[in-house]
Design a protein around this ligand. Structure first.
Ligand SMILES: Cc1cc2nc3c(=O)[nH]c(=O)nc-3n(C[C@H](O)[C@H](O)[C@H](O)COP(=O)(O)O)c2cc1C
Length: 268
C-alpha cells in the first residue's frame, strides 16, 4: 500500500496504512483513453451497474438513470457532441448518467400529488450528487474487473442534442458520461499525482497555512508527471487558474443554466 501512496502523492507514506483489495483498486485509479474493441466480459456490465445501484442515495429518491450506449453510430455521434472525444467511439460501452427528475414527476402524477419541490435547485443538486456517488461506485467496480474507464463531462457541451439523441424525457439530462472497456495494450500504468493531504485535508477548521509552499511542491510533481508521459511541460497552478479565468474554459457550457431551464429544470 505504501508504494501506491507514494505513486499517488509522490511523497513518502506514513508508517501505518491499511491495505486491502478495495483500497488497492481505488488508489490505482487512472483514466483510460485508449481501448480495445473487445466486448466487456459477460456479466461485467450488469455487475458494475449493481455496484452503482448499491450506492447511497439522498432520501432514497434514486433520482438517476443510466443509458447504456453500445450502438457504434450512436457512440460516434456522442463522441462528436462531446467535442470529438474519439475514445467514445472505440470503447465498446458508453454510459450516459442521467439526472432523472422525470421518474419522480411521473410518480407524483400516479399518486395525484403536486411535484412542486422538483422545480427547486435543491432537488437538482441532490440528483447530481447522487450521480457522482453512483457512477464512482461503477468505476471502482469496473476497475476491480481490470477494465478501464474515463468520465466524459464533454457531454455537457451539447446537453440538448444529447437529450434528443437519447430520447430523454423532460426533467432529465445526461450530466456526465463514462467510457468502459478493456484498456488497449499500449496503455501503461500512469498514476496522476494529486495535491497532498496538507492542502486538501483540514483538521477541525479550514486552514491555508503554508498552502502556497505545498502547491509549489505539487506543481513540480505534476510537471514531472507531464514530462514522464511525453506531454508538454506545464505548471498545474497556472493551468487550472487559466482555466477558470474566463468563460473560454467552460467550453460553451456557460449556457447550461438556460438550457436546463428549457429541459424542465427551473432551478428556483
Ligand atoms: C466529472 C468528470 C468529467 C470528466 N470529463 C472528462 C472528459 O470529458 N474527457 C476526458 O478525457 N476526461 C475527463 N475526465 C477525466 C479527468 O480529466 C481525470 O480524472 C483527471 O485528469 C485526473 O486523471 P486520472 O483520472 O487519470 O487520475 C473527467 C473527470 C470527471 C470526474
Amino acid at each position: 500500500m505504501s508504494e501506491l501512496w507514494q505513486e499517488r502523492y509522490r511523497l513518502s507514506a506514513p508508517q501505518s496504512l491499511i491495505d486491502n483489495e478495495t483500497l488497492r483498486v481505488q488508489l490505482s485509479h487512472q483514466s483510460v483513453r485508449d481501448y480495445k474493441a473487445d466486448p466487456l466480459p459477460e456479466g461485467a456490465l450488469e455487475t458494475g451497474l449493481a455496484a452503482a445501484s448499491s450506492a447511497a442515495t439522498s432520501c432514497n429518491l434514486q433520482h438517476w438513470s443510466v443509458v447504456v450506449v453500445e450502438d457504434p453510430q450512436k457512440r460516434a455521434k456522442l463522441a462528436e457532441l462531446a467535442g470529438h472525444q474519439n475514445y467514445i467511439k472505440t470503447a465498446p460501452v458508453f454510459l450516459a448518467w442521467i439526472v432523472d427528475l422525470s421518474r419522480l414527476e411521473r410518480l407524483t402524477k400516479y399518486e395525484k400529488l403536486s411535484d412542486e419541490a422538483l422545480n427547486y435547485e435543491e432537488s437538482h443538486l441532490m440528483a447530481v450528487l447522487d450521480i457522482g456517488i453512483t457512477a464512482q461506485n461503477a468505476v471502482t467496480a469496473f476497475e476491480s474487473m481490470g477494465l478501464g474507464t474515463v468520465y466524459i463531462g464533454g457531454l455537457r457541451n451539447n446537453i440538448a442534442a444529447v437529450a434528443e439523441l437519447l430520447e430523454l424525457p423532460p426533467r432529465s439530462y445526461a450530466v456526465v458520461g463514462l467510457c468502459v472497456g478493456h484498456p488497449a495494450s499500449n496503455v501503461t500504468r500512469h498514476i496522476k499525482p494529486r495535491l497532498s493531504q496538507n492542502v486538501v485535508v483540514h483538521r477541525e477548521r479550514y486552514n491555508t497555512e503554508n498552502e502556497a509552499d505545498y502547491i509549489a511542491d505539487y506543481d513540480k510533481k505534476a510537471d514531472d508527471y507531464q514530462q514522464e508521459q511525453g506531454l508538454p511541460s506545464r505548471r498545474w497552478s497556472q493551468t487550472v487558474a487559466a482555466r477558470v479565468s474566463s468563460l473560454k474554459g467552460l467550453s460553451g457550457r456557460h449556457v447550461v443554466k438556460s438550457v436546463l431551464e428549457k429541459l424542465g429544470f427551473p432551478l428556483k
